[in-house]
Design a protein around this ligand. Sequence first.
Ligand code: F6R
Length: 604
Amino acid sequence: MCGIIGVLGNHEVSPLLVESLKRLEYRGYDSAGIATVNNGKLDRRRAVGKLWNLSDLLVHEPLAGKSGIGHTRWATHGAATEGNAHPHRSGPVAVVHNGIIENFRELRAELAEAGITPETQTDTETVALLTRMFMDRGMDARAAAVETLGKLEGAFALLWLFDGEDDLMIAARKGSPLAIGHGDGEMFVGSDAIALAPMTDRITYLEEGDYAFITRAGAEIFDAAGRRANRDEQRIDLGQAQVEKGGYKHFMAKEIAEQPVVLADALRHYLPATGLNLPADLDFSNIDRIILIACGTAHYACAVAKYWFEEFARIPCEIDVASEFRYREPPLSERSLAIFVSQSGETADTLAALRYCSENVAKTVAVVNVPSSSIAREADIALPILAGVEVGVASTKAFTAQLLVLAVMALQAGRDRGQIDDATLAAHTEALRSLPGLLNQAMGLSEPIAKLAESLAEAQDILFLGRGPMYPLALEGALKLKEISYIHAEGYASGELKHGPIALIDRSVPVIVMAPHDRLFDKTVSNMQEVMARHGMVLLASDAKGLSVAGDGTWATLQMPEIAEPFAPILYAIPAQLLAYHTAVAKGTDVDQPRNLAKSVTVE
Ligand code: F6R
């Protein structure tokens, strides 16, 4: 979602602000803007659409100054127009904002009573108007910002800049992350460390409720109660913040290709030669229920893991989408373990679900890609998936890395509960260790898939079918395809086909069947035959054995390496992702930043 950058520098900041915003493009946005203070004078430039529109504008209407803030906006309140783009300004105040001010209607009413009328449809403008109102009443910038903060409800990250103040930015965090970067006589603020990576590797993360007065001399940080707070300065690994395409046409292609290495790294950490390696306080022996909660692709990773926890540990396991779970307020017990899966670690619904659980279950566990994220910090135990920065909006390497960590957890649960014998455990760990090699082999399908994708790109609707743990993968395959190619796609459990979706089948509907030759294979083949009997266009992804039994009569086949049954979804994620990727490329869509989507969904 929206991205924030702020610089109190020693050089002209406009180019630096735009460059930093480029690093935040991956979060998704539909307008952008910057504001600077030059010799005490505040000014701003904003443009709708891609950042090059803002860059073009700055060529014709440059903005001087060594202090500035910038923003990429993903529209929530009000359309993507220049007027609604950030920074929002009122008199001496400019502000950029991530998140939502939930009580902005009440605040607007309060402003109206004071005779102040907003000019935009946004919630953010309210912040600028309030701050100005307090300054008009005699407060200085610092006091006015703090007074404004006291009035705001919701989840937000804010950064203010002021007319007449060349050496001041005010930052605040409540619900949306914000990082302060330290330079030599320069200071920076970013909505994540990626934005700051070229400028500094010395970062201080604001904590929930913190606000900070930032000058070139440093940052004074205060907690929610207004007390001075000491927050650690950390050195971040700049390698981890690399966001280069590395010769690939798209980040998504790079991230798909990275998966063998990502899984090898995660295996080294979680499954070293000595065996399962999870924190000692993650103990499944006294648990009677597991709840897995997430959104989108991460939810499908949970749905696969349900099969594993039930099979390996024989423990009841529920899965839920966070946005439903949080408002359903389900009964919980002190013998439940709740697992929250999130690439970004900032997804608003998942975070809210975690907060709902935190007092009421035995333990909360976060499976995240960003170890400094809110979800990682608020859970009792955080397990990093070690996938490195994921830039493509469509999650790929995070999905398979989440699956790997969840598989190791399920095996640990089986062992803790005495449900898995040594030989089976050894066979499963061996199978997991073979994954990097197998994923590498599957990457060889990229070229044939690119050819098939030319036909798939013509389709209006595409169905994905799978059984057992391949069912959630069918859901994930459909999600991936629809989000980046904009082709309508649905995933179904193969057995559900004749309960409705078979009505859709005709010559024009490709049906993608993900089916390793496992114990349910024959059943899936029967469902596939039903599709072919109705002239459906079947694409079967299976291993050599599966294809020799069932490949005849299909429209196309993809030969996959053999894989131990439970872990097939990790391997088959590769063709699912490649099908989506190449179809989107064939259609010419914006693969890395598909329309309307944001990478880190920090609003509900
Ligand atoms: C789809 C995708 C989304 C995310 C979802 C949750 O490709 O990326 O469905 O999986 O928005 O995001 P995180 O994992 O950051 O909580």
